[in-house]
Design a protein around this ligand. Structure first.
Ligand code: CP
Length: 333
């Protein structure tokens, strides 16, 4: 049995096949790949795109989705083994995962970090507990990576450039300001998938405190060694944007300040100028711009950039539907 927890666990040939199937679903919505099958979608955090696209994707393939929000409309869950459950949790993931596995054919999990201790959050315990105890495939709907966003992003770039080969494209993953310290998931994902597809990647961030966890920096280095392309770190927006073909924006909290966010805030606040605007985009080689959404306009990117022809964030969001159908169809076989 195969889970979809990270694109790094899947070969390039597997990812390419999923993207081809997703492109086919984009051309023709309906299918029967999930006829008589079902998926439980567990949301520990809010969502608009992920919930809508998974529910509709299952429906369009003849299947059924059940949405659960543990702690809200379903019992709060314990994840530690051997614990005396005298707190809030009413049941253990060992039972939740195994019971759901008797009902459904797939389980999707969204579980963001708790933002107190990165050494704990980086273990991604919630989804790994589901993967350990479930007897059906588990899909990552965003934890400390966001693999469904990765596939949607690559499909959007391939369709924009009219080629499945993205090698030689200069790709800038830029940190942007946000009033709150956000999850590194999409940044980790962008770094690993852009290097996986052989692009010349620049990670643009305010300073070295905003580098991503060593696990993802190492995945990126390994991907470059295996697939070609390059990885550059920059703290200079003017230099990083120059000649770019792709600008992908995301905000995230600096890991060295994890859990001490009041100390990080002045550093973050000093870098509001990392906003994606027309002046920076003018330095590129006609770059396409994207973002995973949701996005605060005129904080992360200006209205002018969001409303420009260069912005493919909505196409990328649409692709979530198609790539997730491809993943669900592949795993439910
Ligand atoms: N991009 C994304 O996952 O959107 P939601 O948080 O709305 O699901």
């Amino acid at each position: 049995m195969r889970h979809f927890l990270s694109t790094q666990d899947w070969s390039r040939a597997d990812l390419d096949a999923l993207l081809a199937q997703a492109a086919a679903f984009k051309r023709c919505k309906a299918g029967t790949q999930l006829a008589g099958k079902s998926i439980a979608l567990l949301f520990f955090n809010p969502s608009m795109r992920t919930r809508t696209s998974f529910e509709l994707g299952a429906f369009q393939l003849g299947g059924h989705a059940v949405v659960l929000q543990p702690g809200k409309d379903a019992w709060p869950i314990e994840f530690e083994l051997g614990t005396v459950m005298d707190g809030e949790a009413e049941e253990h993931v060992a039972e939740v995962a195994r019971v759901l596995s008797r009902y459904v054919d797939l389980i999707g999990v969204r579980a963001f970090p708790k933002f107190r201790d990165w050494s704990v959050d980086r273990e991604d315990r919630v989804i790994h507990a589901f993967a350990r105890h479930a007897t059906v495939p588990v899909i990552n709907m965003e934890t400390i990576t966001h693999p469904m966003q990765e596939l949607a992003h690559i499909l959007a770039l391939q369709q924009h450039f009219g080629s499945s080969d993205l090698r030689g494209r200069k790709y800038v993953l830029t940190w942007t300001y946000h009033p709150k310290p956000l999850n590194t998931a999409v940044a980790n994902s962008a770094l690993q998938i852009a290097t996986r597809y052989g692009m010349d990647v620049t990670l643009l961030c305010p300073n070295r405190d905003y580098l991503l966890d060593s696990r993802y920096m190492e995945f990126a280095a390994r991907n470059v060694a295996e697939n070609g392309g390059s990885l550059t770190i920059s703290h200079e927006p003017q230099q990083a944007y120059r000649g770019a073909h792709v600008v992908y924006a995301k905000s995230w909290g600096a890991l060295p300040y994890f859990g001490r966010w009041d100390e990080e805030k002045p550093v973050r606040d000093a870098h509001r100028h990392f906003i994606v605007n027309e002046a920076k985009m003018a330095l590129t080689d006609g770059a396409v711009f994207s973002h995973c959404l949701p996005l605060r306009r005129n904080i992360k990117a200006t209205d002018a950039v969001m409303d420009s022809a260069a912005c493919i964030a909505v196409q990328e969001a649409e692709n979530r539907l198609h790539v997730q159908k491809a993943v669900m169809a592949a795993l439910a076989q």
